[in-house]
Design a protein around this ligand. Sequence first.
Ligand code: ADP
Ligand code: NG1
Length: 457
Amino acid sequence: MEDVPPVSDIPQQKQKRYDDIKNTFLKKYGNPPEFFARASGRVNIIGEHIDYCGYSVLPMAIEQDIIIAVSHSSTTDKIMLSNMNPSYQDFQCSIKDFTISKSDPQWFNYFLCGVKGILEYAKPNALRGMTCMVSGNVPASSGLSSSSALVCCAALATMYAHGYSIAKKELSGICAQCERHIGTEGGGMDQAISFMAQEGTAKHIEFSPLRTTNVRLPGGAVFVVTNSCVEMNKAATSFFNIRVVECRLVAQIIAKSKGLNWRDYKRIGDVQKALGLSLEDALVVVKEIFHKEPYTKEEVCTFLEVTPEQLAKTTLSTNTLTVQSFKLHDRATHVFSEANRVLQYKRICDENPGDVLQRLGTLMTESHVSCRDMYECSCTDLDKLVDICLESGALGSRLTGAGWGGCAVSMVPMDQVEQFISKVKENYYAVEPSRAAKVSSAVFATQPGGGAAIYKM
Ligand code: ADP
Ligand code: NG1
């Protein structure tokens, strides 16, 4: 039997939340839901902005999740969506015919990505209408993967409503692909951890082919998430896709410099493999090939011997067509060094020698510095928060997720967690009323949570 998402009863300790969703569903639609789908957010411990380059990452699922209550019927083709959070407006469309807008990332478009993923994969003969109530408590646009939790949950709901049982690995791949309909060109970390997570263990996730290995986090420390309260929606801006394109250019320019057919390469990891380089050697190659100053589009085109129109086809994406400048040296330096940090982190966790906490903490902080200075995906508030976390007793602290705002994850000695949290609250949250108002959901210690599941009524 392949490893498919479990179908089970609602966990007793969560019953109240599910009852609330069920009652809201009943009030809204006049009949009860038939089942619930659930998929969690995640915190990435280390390995930022490298999944889409083909490199491994090390996240864990968090308790915060998206839950969808669903009833379905073969006598209607309607998808009806409502959300427990009134700021997400009701939406309906036909399951037979809908479009996903790339220029307007409204919440229901993420849901439709999940639906589309399953329909394209399974191609059901008989489509069923679905009536849904969505409830989510993953902080949105904060690097904890609320968007993928919604996409994965919608895909799982569509799968179950249509009577399919699809392996977790397949679902991870389907959802990594289908979330791209929203316009962002992510890797597959978020969708993989959402399906493949297991309670009590972080996961080392490798790509092509997708493979996950349990990572036992060291005893004696707790991972604490703190939200900078700066939101950044990936699909509404081009920050994220610009980095993806810069990495693609790094891959193609290294390939061309080394005599490979550069048009065959989109991911840095694939070029490194083709050249048989170690990550350390790859960093030397970066110094050899790239200058520190940003590359103009013209320079890139001249080097690759293409016109700007051809570059648009080989390398760019819809929302990066007008970008004129690319910082290739620094992006490449981040990617190779971060890929190396992930492997070191995992090795230290596996070997578990005496002084692990200091060494793991150092790797996390180095990762933040690289994200901040080389990848330029942090922001002033988030840097300030990371500094405060380090001053408040964290052994390591870093931005987590896409960045440009969102959360930091800190590794804190177990016996100092309370003190750490109160210092961070005092120095980051209490100083600003808008942050203070959000502090109760903005700071939390977290344990590795479980993967996506279906719950029967
Ligand atoms: P993240 O880093 O959390 O994945 P994104 O900016 O990529 O952030 O995606 C956030 C978007 O996901 C929100 O703007 C919203 O459209 C959708 N979303 C997140 N949580 C919910 C929710 N509970 N209900 C509906 N939509 C949600
Ligand atoms: P967030 O924005 O934190 O959910 C995004 C990407 C990941 C990965 C990280 C950066 C999507 C759906 N997610 O995560 O694949 O690239 O940024 O490490 O695009």
